[in-house]
Ligand binder design. Structure first.
Ligand code: DCS
Length: 518
C-alpha cells in the first residue's frame, strides 16, 4: 500500500510537471515548431472523449502488478510471494492454456501452403487438417493469405460460418449478414460508430458491464443508459428495470437506440433463461431497439440446467423475421475453449437493418479494409470444428472437453472459496470466465480507502495484490449498485495454481478483516 501511495505521488509530480510544460492549444504544427515545446500534441489538445474513456481490465492495478513483477525479477524474494497471478484478464493462453491442435494445424498449413506439397507433412499433420487447409485455400482468391480479402471477410469462410450458425440455431444464416472482424471489440466499435451521433443518443447497457461498452460509447460521444442487473436473483435481467431506465433516459431527451445484452454475462457469469430471452426480444421489438447481443461466451456454459441460445434463434423461434427486429450478434475466437485472443478473430451477424443502413455498415467495413486472415480462418474453424468420423475428432473433443471441464472445476472451487469468506457473497459462474463476488467491507476499511483517495474495492484489490500477488479488477471498473463493492476474478489460472490462490486469498481476507473489523 505504501508503495502504491508512493507511485501515486510520483504520478502527481509527473502530471504537475506535464502541466508546467504543456502549452496552450496550437493552431498549427508550424506554431509548435516555433515554440519552445517541439511536440505539438498535448493532453489538452487531444479528443476529450479519449481522456474520458476508461478500461479498468488493464487499469492502474495491472500497471502496479507489472511493476511488482519487474521487481520480483530484478530482486527475487523482494515481496511476500514469488509470482504474480493474473486473475484480471480473460486471456486464457497467457495463463498456459494450450491452443486446440486441429485449429493450429490448419492455420499453419494455410499460412505456409508449400507444406501441403511435401511428403513429411502427412506424417506431421492429421489428414483432416490437410484436407481442411486445401478447402480453405481454395476459398481464398489466388490462395493468398497475405492479401486483403473482401471487406466483410473471405466469402467461402463466411459461407462456412453461416452454415455453422444455421446448424447451431436450426435457422438459416446468410453469409452476406456476416462481417468478420479483428475480435469482437472492433465490431462493437463499428455499431457504436453507426448508432451514435451525439450525447443525445443513448445505448442501454447492463451494470455491471464489460467496460468495452462504456469505453466505446464514450469514444463515440454517446450516452450510456445503465440498467442494473439484480444481484439478489443471480444477476437477473429484469425488463421492469430496463423499461424504467429507458423511460428515465427518454424523459431527459435522450434517443435510445439499442439494448446491449451480454450472455453469458461478463463480469457476472449468469446464463439467461430462454423465457427471459423471449421477454428481451419482445421488449426490443416493442420499443424499436436494436438488440446488441454479445455472445462471445457461447461455448462457456458450465451448468447442466442452463444452455446457450443465441438471440437470433430465440427471435426466429418466436416467428420474428428480418422486418420485425434489428439484431446484431457478436462472436469471438478469443473465448470459448479455444481462447485464441491474440489471433484477433470475430464475427458480427447483422440482421434486420434496411438496405440503405446496411450499405453504410458495409462502408465502415470497407474503410477498415478487412480483418486479418488468420483470425478469419480461425473464426471459420471454431464454427466448423472436426466432426465425428474425421481423423482429428477424438483428439479435438478430448482437448475441448478437457479445457471446459477444467474451467468448470476452477469456477466451482473459486466460487466456494469466495463464499466461505467473512462478509463475501458470490454468484455462480454458470458461464463466461469470471466470478464477481460482493464484499461487505467494514466501515473502517472504507474510511482507510477514502483517506488515500481510493475506491474501497480498489483499496481491497491493491492490498490483495501487495500481500499475495493476485491481480483482480475492482468492481468499480464494471459499474455496481452505489454503496456495494465487488471484485472480478477470472477462473483462468492453471488448475495446479488454484490451491495456492485459495490459500493466499483466504489468509489475506482473514487478516484484512481482522485489521479493519469494527
Ligand atoms: N465482449 C465481451 C463480453 C468480452 O468479455 C470481451 C473480451 C469482448 C467482447 C472482446 O473480445 P475480443 O475483442 O477479444 O473478441 N473480454 C475481456 C475481459 O473481460 N477480459 O479480458 C478480455
Amino acid at each position: 500500500m505504501r508503495r502504491f501511495a508512493a507511485d501515486r505521488a510520483k504520478k502527481l509530480v509527473l502530471s504537475f510537471q506535464r502541466s508546467l510544460y504543456s502549452q496552450p492549444p496550437f493552431s498549427s504544427c508550424a506554431a509548435a515548431a516555433m515554440s519552445s515545446n517541439p511536440l505539438p500534441v498535448t493532453v489538452d489538445t487531444i479528443n476529450a472523449e479519449v481522456l474520458k474513456c476508461e478500461y479498468a481490465v488493464r487499469g492502474e492495478i495491472v500497471t502496479h502488478a507489472q511493476r511488482l513483477q519487474q521487481e520480483l525479477q530484478a530482486k527475487p524474494g523482494s515481496h511476500p510471494f514469488d509470482e504474480i497471478l493474473y486473475c484480471n484478464f480473460g486471456n486464457p493462453q497467457s495463463l498456459g492454456q494450450q491452443p486446440i491442435t486441429f485449429f493450429r494445424e490448419v492455420l499453419a498449413l494455410c499460412d505456409h501452403p508449400s507444406l501441403l506439397d511435401r511428403d513429411e507433412t502427412h506424417a506431421l499433420f492429421s489428414s483432416d487438417s490437410i484436407e481442411r487447409a486445401w478447402q480453405i485455400l481454395d476459398q481464398i482468391p489466388d490462395r493468398a493469405t497475405g492479401a486483403y480479402s473482401h471487406c466483410q471477410g473471405v466469402k467461402g469462410l463466411r459461407d462456412s460460418i453461416a452454415a455453422g450458425i444455421a446448424a447451431r440455431d436450426g435457422f438459416h444464416a446468410n453469409a452476406d449478414d456476416l462481417f468478420l472482424t479483428d475480435g469482437a471489440s472492433p465490431a462493437v466499435h463499428m455499431m457504436m460508430q453507426l448508432l451514435l451521433r451525439s450525447e443525445k443518443d443513448g445505448i442501454l447497457c447492463p451494470i455491471p458491464q464489460y467496460p468495452l461498452y462504456s469505453a466505446s460509447i464514450t469514444l463515440h460521444g454517446g450516452t450510456l443508459v445503465p440498467y442494473y442487473l439484480n444481484e439478489a436473483t443471480g444477476w437477473g435481467l429484469e425488463i421492469s428495470e430496463v423499461k424504467k431506465q429507458l423511460e428515465a433516459a427518454q424523459s431527459k431527451g435522450i434517443a435510445v437506440w439499442a439494448l446491449v445484452v451480454i450472455n453469458p454475462g461478463n463480469p457476472t457469469g449468469q446464463v439467461l433463461t430462454e423465457d427471459n430471452q423471449r421477454e428481451i426480444v419482445d421488449f426490443c421489438k416493442k420499443e424499436g431497439l436494436v438488440l446488441l447481443a454479445d455472445e462471445v461466451y457461447q461455448e462457456n456454459v458450465y451448468v447442466d440446467n442452463k444452455k446457450f441460445n443465441s438471440f437470433k434463434k430465440i427471435s426466429r423461434s418466436m416467428g420474428y423475421g428480418e422486418e420485425d427486429i434489428a439484431l446484431v450478434s457478436f462472436q469471438s475466437i478469443s473465448k470459448g475453449y479455444h481462447g485464441e485472443c491474440g489471433k484477433r478473430g470475430g464475427c458480427m451477424e447483422v440482421c434486420g437493418f434496411s438496405a440503405d443502413v446496411r450499405e453504410q455498415i458495409y462502408k465502415i467495413a470497407t474503410v477498415n479494409a478487412c480483418s486479418n486472415i488468420s483470425g478469419q480462418i480461425l473464426a471459420g474453424l471454431v464454427m466448423n470444428p472436426p466432426k465425428a468420423g474425421d481423423e482429428s475428432f477424438e483428439s479435438y473433443s478430448a482437448e475441448r472437453d478437457g479445457i471446459l471441464s477444467s474451467l468448470a472445476r476452477r469456477a466451482k472451487t473459486l466460487e466456494d472459496t469466495f463464499k466461505s469468506l467473512e462478509g463475501v457473497s458470490c454468484n455462480k459462474a454458470e458461464g463466461a470466465m469470471y466470478l464477481f463476488p460482493r464484499i461487505d467491507l467494514p466501515q473502517k476499511a472504507i474510511e482507510a480507502a477514502a483517506a488515500v483517495k481510493t475506491a474501497p474495492d480498489a483499496f481491497y484489490a491493491l492490498r490483495l495484490l501487495d500481500a499475495t500477488g493476485i491481480v483482480v479488477v475492482p468492481g468499480s471498473g464494471f459499474g455496481q449498485v452505489p454503496g456495494t463493492w465487488h471484485i472480478r476474478c477470472t477462473i483462468l489460472p492453471p488448475e495446479d495454481k488454484i490451491p495456492a490462490i485459495v490459500t493466499r486469498l483466504t489468509a489475506f481476507h482473514e487478516s484484512f478483516m481482522a485489521e479493519f473489523r469494527e
